[in-house]
Design a protein around this ligand. Structure first.
Ligand code: TTP
Ligand code: MG
Length: 359
C-alpha cells in the first residue's frame, strides 16, 4: 500500500502576513527583511515584488535597485509564529503525523486518515480552506506517495493551488525535472552534476548506484532512489509520543478479578486502536491499579517483540494482575499503557532509538 503524504507551504509567508495586517500593503511590492540602506538581506517578498526579480536571500540594497517603489518592512517573528501555531492546529485535526520543516511548511502523513473518504487531495483542499478561514492567508499543497514528490508538487500550482503526483506517475515526473529542482540538491551539487553532464532526472537515472555513491557519498544513494520515484523517509513528528494509555474509574469499586480482567482487555483494545492509528507499537506494557483506598500501583513488563496486537497484550495482562493485590483489595480505577514506542510495525523489526529524531 502506498502512503499518502501532503506537503503544505504557505504563500509568500512573511509578506502575506504583513499585507494581511496592514491593508495599505495589499497589492503592493512588499519586501520583508533588511532595510535597503543596510547590509541585510531579503527574507521574502510579496508576489508583486517577485515580478521585479526580487527573491529570498538577495541583498536588500539590490532589491531596492530593482524596485525603488518597494515597501521594505522588518520581520515580526512573533506574528509569524502565531500563524504557524494556528496552521499546526488545523493539521492536528487531520493527523498526529506532522513534520514541520519551518514556520510555514510541514509534511502530513494522512495514509491512515479516513476523512474525505480517504482522499488526500480533498483533505489538502479542506486544510487549505480551513487555514484561510482561520488566518486569512493562502497556502499551497503537494500531494503524493512520498515526501520528495509531495514537496516538489506543492510548488507546481503555487500560489493558492495544489497538485497531485500519483504513484504511477512519480517516476516519469522525476525524469523531466531539472536537477536544480530536486529538494536536497543545492547550488554546489547542482554545479557538480552539470559538470558531469547531468541536467535532468533522466540524465541522473543513467548513473549506477556505485558511481553516484563514489561521487556524492551517502547522498548519492539517496539520489539513486529518488530519481526512481522512491523515497522511504517517514514523516516524523519531532516530539514522538513515548507512550499511549487508557484508563477507567468505576462508579462502584470492583471486587471480582474476572471483571477486572474484562475491563483491562477493553482498555487494551482502545490502546491498540490508538497505536494502529498512529502506526506505533511498543515494547512495554503497564497496568495501573488504584485500590478503593486510593493507593495506586503500577506493574510493567518489557518484551523483546513489539506489542501492537491486542492478543499479545491480553496474554500479558493476567501475569501483571498476578503481581497485585486485586484478589484481596477492591479496585476503583484500572489503566493500560503501552510505552517504549517505535514506528516500525510493518516489518516487525525495531528501529534504532532516536533515529526518527535525527531526520
Ligand atoms: P518559503 O516557503 O521558502 O517562502 P515563502 O513562503 O515566502 O514563499 P513561497 O510562496 O514561495 O512559499 O519560506 C517561508 C518563510 O521563511 C518566508 O516567508 C520567509 C522565511 N525565509 C527567510 O527568512 N529566509 C529565506 O532565505 C527563506 C527561503 C525563507
Ligand atoms: Mg512558503
Amino acid at each position: 500500500m502506498s502512503r499518502k503524504i501532503i506537503h503544505i507551504d504557505m504563500d509568500a509567508f512573511f509578506a502575506a502576513v504583513e499585507q494581511r495586517d496592514n491593508p495599505a500593503l495589499k497589492g503592493r511590492p512588499v519586501i520583508v527583511g533588511g532595510q535597503p540602506n543596510s547590509r541585510g538581506v531579503v527574507a521574502t517578498c510579496s508576489y508583486e515584488a517577485r515580478k521585479f526579480g526580487i527573491h529570498s536571500a538577495m541583498p536588500a540594497a539590490r532589491a531596492w535597485q530593482l524596485c525603488p517603489q518597494g515597501i521594505f518592512v522588518k520581520p515580526r517573528i512573533a506574528a509569524y509564529r502565531e500563524v504557524s501555531q494556528q496552521i499546526h492546529q488545523v493539521f492536528q485535526q487531520y493527523t498526529d503525523l506532522i513534520e514541520p520543516l519551518s514556520l510555514d511548511e510541514a509534511y502530513l502523513d494522512v495514509s491512515a486518515v479516513d476523512r474525505c473518504s480517504g482522499s488526500a487531495s480533498l483533505m489538502a483542499k479542506e486544510i487549505r480552506q480551513q487555514i484561510f478561514d482561520v488566518t486569512q492567508l493562502t497556502a499551497s499543497a503537494g500531494i503524493s506517495y512520498n515526501k520528495f514528490l509531495a514537496k516538489i508538487a506543492s510548488d507546481i500550482n503555487k500560489p493558492n493551488g495544489q497538485f497531485l503526483i500519483k504513484p504511477e506517475d512519480g517516476e516519469a515526473f522525476v525524469q523531466q525535472l531539472p536537477i536544480g529542482k530536486f529538494f536536497g540538491i543545492g547550488k554546489v551539487t547542482e554545479a557538480k552534476m552539470h559538470a558531469l553532464g547531468i541536467q535532468t532526472g533522466a540524465d541522473l537515472k543513467q548513473w549506477p548506484k556505485e558511481k553516484l555513491s563514489q561521487y556524492f557519498g551517502k547522498s548519492g544513494v539517496y539520489y539513486y532512489s529518488i530519481v526512481r520515484g522512491i523515497d522511504e523517509r517517514p514523516v516524523t513528528s519531532h516530539r514522538m509520543r513515548k507512550s499511549l494509555g487508557a484508563e477507567t474509574t468505576f462508579q462502584t469499586d470492583i471486587h471480582d478479578v474476572e471483571i477486572m480482567q474484562q475491563h483491562l482487555f477493553q482498555l487494551a483494545e482502545q490502546v491498540v486502536s490508538g497505536l494502529q492509528k498512529k502506526q506505533l507499537a511498543g515494547h512495554t506494557l503497564t497496568i495501573k491499579v488504584k485500590y478503593a483506598d486510593f493507593q495506586q500501583i503500577t506493574r510493567s513488563i518489557t518484551v523483546d517483540e513489539l506489542l501492537y496486537d491486542v492478543k499479545k497484550i491480553i496474554c500479558l495482562i493476567p501475569l501483571l494482575l498476578n503481581k497485585t493485590e486485586v484478589d484481596r483489595r477492591p479496585v476503583r480505577l484500572l489503566g493500560v499503557t503501552v510505552s517504549s514506542l517505535s514506528r516500525d510495525i510493518e516489518t516487525g523489526h525495531d528501529v534504532q532509538p532516536g533515529l526518527f529524531d535525527q531526520i
